[in-house]
Design a binder for this molecule. Structure first.
Ligand code: SF4
Length: 285
């Protein structure tokens, strides 16, 4: 451990004579507060995938996190102020991750370690992976790489130190947690309505409309061709539920009639769906 160097605390606004610099420090409250905070960041003890191995290596003797006062990885979110999201964030895990984040006391920081945590990584747009933890939590620092090396993680931690150092107690916008009580908890995502595959938006929207009308909505997708063929081949009168379903299906088209931009968007989407159906039909033949 190095000796305390008072020069780290000194600002330029009140210069200290050179011969006193090792013994006297004139500084601001923010500076000394941040200096103590940044040198005692306690990360939470958890890992999600391969990146966690690099995080563990960073904490071990070769790279030695204790140089930064960070050797105590806490097994409880209530004692941690840094969440290192190290690994692939699945749709199932993002729920407990946000819950754990909410349980951490303020001030708290999030470090997205690796390509997966930063944006989905090699699994981006996979059916079970979220495209980055920053869609759910406020990320302070990103460490790129797959995986980032321990050196890269150390660099990200130093970047976090710089960020903490730059925060001012005098500016409430800068440190919303200081003096104004705890901030609102981050909403915990729900698998389904919040965590979805954006490529399925059309289907989800249609199903939501059906559900709002009290109709069965479990069908993934019913090609128009099948519906038309079914209607042509039967002369039976349509049921009330079928008529209501037609009404729901035609509602967006009616709304789009007065909005040419929306109509163009809908037409484009219909064309894409038609191409998809044709492709699926070709594959099944
Ligand atoms: S970024 Fe690469 S190393 Fe890290 S969790 Fe994802 S796949 Fe694994």
């Amino acid at each position: 451990m190095t000796d305390l160097d008072l020069r780290e605390l000194q600002g330029t606004e009140f210069p200290v004579p050179a011969d006193l610099q090792g013994n006297v420090a004139i500084t601001s409250l923010s500076k000394i507060y941040n200096w103590s905070r940044k040198n005692s960041v306690w990360p939470m003890l958890f890992g999600l995938a391969c990146c966690a191995i690099e995080m563990i290596a960073t904490a071990a003797s070769r790279y030695d996190l204790s140089r930064f006062g960070m050797e105590v990885m806490r097994a409880s979110p209530r004692q941690a102020d840094l969440m290192i999201v190290s690994g692939t964030v699945t749709k199932k895990m993002v729920v407990p991750i946000v819950r754990l984040y909410n349980q951490m006391p303020e001030p708290k920081y999030v470090l997205a370690m690796g390509a997966c945590a930063s944006g989905g990584g090699p699994f981006k747009e996979g059916y079970n992976v979220v495209s980055g933890i920053d869609k759910y939590l406020p990320v302070d620092v990103y460490a790129p790489g797959c995986p980032p090396t321990p050196q890269a993680l150390l660099f990200a931690l130093i970047a976090l130190h710089r960020k903490i150092d730059g925060q001012s107690l005098a500016n409430m916008d800068d440190v919303p947690w200081y003096g104004v009580g705890p901030s609102d908890p981050t909403p915990i995502p729900i698998l389904g309505p919040d965590i979805i595959d954006p490529r399925q938006m059309d289907i989800i929207r249609r199903q939501a409309e059906l559900a709002a009308a009290g109709l069965p909505y479990g069908k993934r997708e019913v090609p128009d061709l099948v519906l038309t063929a079914g209607a042509a081949s039967t002369s039976a009168p349509r049921t009330a539920a079928e008529k209501a379903a037609d009404k729901v299906a035609s509602a967006p088209a009616a709304a789009a009639a007065d909005d040419p931009e929306k109509a163009a968007r809908l037409a484009k989407r219909e064309a894409a769906l038609a191409r998809k159906r044709a492709r699926q039909q070709q594959q099944s033949e």
